[in-house]
Design a protein around this ligand. Structure first.
Ligand code: ATP
Length: 304
């Protein structure tokens, strides 16, 4: 997420930055209201650039002034695996991400990174090990290059080339009138939604996070963008743990583990095939919520 103190914020398109910025400030303020910073172990210096295991140990949480939002959440996102969170709207998927980012603190239980409680670390130290790609990640009103490298401005040309290749953006950049120096307009509107999200992943990768939190786009993606994203996620998991809020059938079928959330509780955990056999809510999600891509067979026929 944006560090609101950096001058780069000045470049962000007004509407987007105001919306995102306010959201972030409200969340940060909420944390600050809830408790003072405390850290009781050696402070994490930076990323280790290695996948980390993220574990929720019986975590409960309620937004201030509201009832319980998450109750007794237990799951492990294994290092180097792809873990998908699925569930009906309001189940608590985004809240799980907010707790990992420490926008809020659990009211009970704890969250660990490689066995170490994140509550014992300064928030900045936790966030340095994470990258959060939101559904509609804010873009700067500037060039492709500025959008790619603002969190890692010293990236050399070879690394840029490599990351563009991995995110399958090389052809796109090659086709732009001024290549990397092409202005992509306010909110990156010269790019499709799928391209913007791949650019956001590329930007996240340049920071070499230990954990990538990805809120997959709900809107329609063209087949090329969708396939590219799926391949990218599988590849990225070798370098960092991937936890994603999945909205697409193609993504859950390739996830190593799927956590089904319902009304703030973990209802089931398993592979796509296991859940399809054993969990009626998962069957319903596959039928009604998870978007099949143009290349998937009819979702209805997958359900027994
Ligand atoms: P969706 O798929 O619709 O994004 P979700 O599974 O991500 O849903 P959350 O956004 O985590 O669900 O929301 C869980 C519950 O917490 C909902 O009832 C929601 O209204 C509530 N909630 C979310 N954010 C806040 C907030 N900032 N303040 C108070 N309540 C909130």
């Amino acid at each position: 997420l944006f560090n609101l103190g950096t001058p780069v914020v000045a470049l962000i398109d007004g509407a987007t930055s105001l919306h995102q910025g306010l959201g972030a400030m409200v969340r940060i303020q909420a944390v600050e209201d809830m408790e003072l910073e405390r850290h009781d172990g050696p402070v994490w210096a930076a990323t280790r650039s290695m996948p980390a295991t993220v574990t929720f140990h019986d975590v409960s949480f309620g937004y201030p002034g509201r009832g319980s939002t998450l109750s007794g959440i237990c799951f492990t996102a294994r290092a180097g695996a792809v873990t998908a969170l699925v569930g009906p709207s309001g189940a608590g998927k985004t809240t799980v991400f907010s707790l990992i980012e420490r926008f809020y603190e659990p009211t009970a239980g704890r969250i660990t990174l490689d066995g170490v409680s994140i509550a014992g670390q300064p928030r900045e130290a936790v966030r340095r090990r994470l990258a959060y790609v939101e559904q509609d990640t804010p873009m700067l009103a500037g060039t492709f290059r500025e959008n790619l490298t603002y969190a890692a401005p010293d990236t050399d040309a070879a690394t840029i080339l490599q990351v563009l290749e991995r995110t399958q953006l090389l052809d796109l950049v090659a086709g732009l009138p001024d290549g990397l120096d092409t202005d992509i307009g306010a909110r990156g509107l010269a790019l499709s939604g799928g391209e913007r999200q791949r650019l956001a992943v590329a930007r996240a990768l340049l920071r070499k996070p230990d954990v990538l939190l990805l809120d997959e786009m709900t809107s329609h993606l063209d087949t090329r963008s969708e396939v590219a994203m799926r391949e990218l996620v599988t590849q990225v998991a070798r370098e960092c743990t991937v936890i994603l809020i999945a909205h697409r059938l193609g993504t859950v079928t390739m996830a190593d583990e799927i956590v089904v959330l319902d009304a703030g509780m973990v209802r089931a955990v398993g592979s796509h095939d296991q859940l399809l056999q054993n969990d009626s809510l998962y069957q319903e999600l596959v039928r009604t919520q998870l978007t099949p891509s143009d290349t998937d067979i009819d979702a209805g026929s997958l359900v027994p």
